[in-house]
Design a protein around this ligand. Structure first.
Ligand code: ZN
Length: 125
């Protein structure tokens, strides 16, 4: 397979390097109640929630309220989505080259979950 879901880690490294050069994206940190939640629930559980957010809020070809569907807080995955440009279909297109206007493939959903997971893991320590 050659789709985004199989992107090698070095490609994710490039995406994360680009995010680090964005003042806006790199301004996000996990803190307060979202950090506590991650520590209490653990990364696997938080990633299950993230997968369902992706499924419901990002994966459809035309998600409801696209551009405003991801709250700025209240769940660690939401913070991760803003930090990684995975908050809406416009940002997914800009940062991850996943085109708007069509449903995400299973591999793309997996890829987005991997991006969110990598960012969350970087915030845990
Ligand atoms: Zn966005």
């Amino acid at each position: 397979m050659t789709n985004a879901g199989d992107m090698a880690d070095r490609d994710l490294d490039e995406v994360f390097a680009a995010l680090a050069r964005s003042d806006f994206r790199s301004s996000f940190r996990l803190r307060g109640k979202e950090l506590d939640y991650l520590r209490k629930k653990g990364l696997p559980t938080v990633l299950e929630h993230a997968a369902s957010f992706v499924e419901q809020r990002l994966a459809p070809a035309h998600p409801a309220n696209d551009g405003k569907q991801t709250p700025m807080g209240n769940h660690p995955a939401f913070v991760a989505q803003h930090a990684t440009g995975a908050c809406c279909r416009g940002c997914l297109e800009k940062w991850h080259k996943i085109p708007k206007g069509r449903a995400l493939s299973p591999a793309e959903k997996e890829y987005v979950a991997r991006v969110i997971g990598r960012w969350l893991a970087s915030q845990e320590s």
